[in-house]
Design a protein around this ligand. Structure first.
Ligand code: PA5
Length: 430
């Protein structure tokens, strides 16, 4: 049995769901497991992510590492342009691992002029590379940002330089971005056709920005691979991904239709953003789904904590905490106990944070909010790779139990249709 550095504790579910409940849902977990293994479920053509931790070719990893090395040698800033699944994974990784390398900034994540101008202002006087990422090659937010940034880059660099400084990550065969990359001679990486955006963090979509920032992508994949082994058994005790998926669906059936992913470390903020997209786009369809919310604690105990403790009882919570911070700070001794804090004198902040977590779990449980807890050993790339795979496998199982296709997102088109009509796109297609 492989060891991973992730643990799931379901101890605070017992008054709400019982061992008998877990036994009762087992046949549905088994069915979902078979749909994934046999690749016969809805969206079965989008299961390439299952193989990524083990089957990413060494040649591709080396290409990514080489390209990342060139970016670091030639540039002080990497602008990553992409939205949704083409962005959130690498942003989550950068915040979680906080490597000390190259500065990475994100564009194409909204349609706000001030935001984009701030990105451009931040490039002044610094050498720049750009990684534009879009599987469809047609998403407006990144496409519009790329037009602006390409225009900027053209004014700064020769066309020979641009061929090295602009890297496109897109579909191998189709889409506008692929056409642009071919016609302008930009460097390219491809997104496998059987991997959807929100499952693409272990493809070049996530691997290149992470490698460029100094994250060890081999360790990331190794973490994913060990989690893949751990989560392959049809066993609700050993397989933490399946236990988490089963618990969520049992809670949902008991009227708990909002899940809050509560991270006890700010470095988990963007991991929760990535998780929100993964779960919302995979499960929220056909009038069904658990609404994925997130917060950072203890910060948000002073804002939405009241609602969690005493508001409508349709919530459950999944806590996440990093056991070992990168650095530790101890509360210093003072000559006099002027602030009354001597009771924590000499204690590490991580110890205090942990006591806050234990206290919060109990308080929320007493307030009628069942909770689970995910312990993450450290902020390593290995742990992060394990976490990515843990959640991906869990959402696939959970969505199949819920009876929806985890791998499409038809609802995302509605706003686009209206927006494109208002912008008059039909008359100006290339
Ligand atoms: O999960 C998904 O497929 C979406 O969130 C996409 O990642 C997002 O809409 C961006 O799409 P694209 O990469 O085609 O620009």
């Amino acid at each position: 049995m492989p060891k991973t550095r992730i643990e799931l504790d379901c101890g605070n579910l017992s008054p709400f769901i019982s061992g008998r409940d877990f036994a009762s849902i087992f046949s549905e977990v088994k069915r979902a497991h078979e749909l994934l293994i046999d690749r016969t479920g809805e969206g079965g053509a989008s299961l390439g992510w299952l193989d990524l931790p083990d089957d990413t070719p060494d040649e591709l990893i080396r290409d990514i590492e080489n390209c990342a090395g060139e970016i670091r040698e030639t540039s002080e800033v990497l602008v990553v342009i992409g939205i949704g699944g083409s962005y959130l994974g690498s942003r989550a990784a950068l915040e979680f691992c906080r490597p000390e390398g190259l500065k990475v900034v994100f564009a194409g994540i909204n349609l706000d002029a001030d935001y984009l101008q701030d990105v451009l202002d931040g490039l002044k006087g610094r050498d720049v590379c750009v990684n534009v990422i879009s599987k469809s090659g047609a998403t407006l937010e990144p496409a519009a940002a790329f037009r602006v940034i390409y225009n900027y880059m053209k004014k700064r660099y020769s066309s020979r330089q641009l061929k090295k400084r602009i890297i496109c990550t897109t579909d191998r065969q189709k889409g506008t971005l692929k056409k642009i990359a071919d016609s302008e001679g930009f460097r390219k990486f491809f997104i496998p056709q059987d991997v959807e955006g929100r499952f693409s963090v272990l493809t070049p979509v996530g691997l290149l920005p992470q490698a460029a920032s100094g994250i060890d992508i081999r360790e990331l994949l190794r973490g994913g691979s060990d989690m893949k082994d751990l989560c392959s058994a049809l066993d609700l005790e050993k397989n933490i991904s399946y236990r988490y998926a089963a618990a969520r669906q049992l809670l949902y059936r008991k009227g708990k239709n909002i899940e809050i992913l509560s991270g006890f470390n700010p470095c988990l903020y963007y991991l929760a953003e990535w998780w929100r997209q993964l779960f919302a786009e995979s499960e929220g369809k056909q009038g069904k789904g658990i609404f994925p919310a997130s917060c950072v604690l203890t910060t948000d105990l002073h804002s939405i904590g009241q609602m969690i403790q005493e508001g409508a009882r349709n919530l459950f919570e999944t806590f996440m905490a990093v056991e070992k911070p990168k650095r530790e700070i101890k509360v210093p001794a003072m000559d006099k106990n002027i602030d009354g804090l001597d009771y924590i004198k000499g204690k590490g902040f991580s110890f205090i944070n942990n006591q806050a977590r234990v206290g919060t779990r109990k308080a929320h449980m007493d307030g009628g909010v069942p909770n689970m807890s995910i312990k993450i050993a450290d902020r390593s790339a290995y742990s992060l790779g394990s976490l990515f795979f843990f959640f991906e496998k869990a959402v696939a199982i959970s969505a199949y139990i819920q009876g929806v296709n985890p791998f499409n997102q038809p609802g995302v088109e509605a706003y686009k249709k209206n927006m494109f009509e208002l912008l008059g796109r039909e008359n100006t297609k290339p």
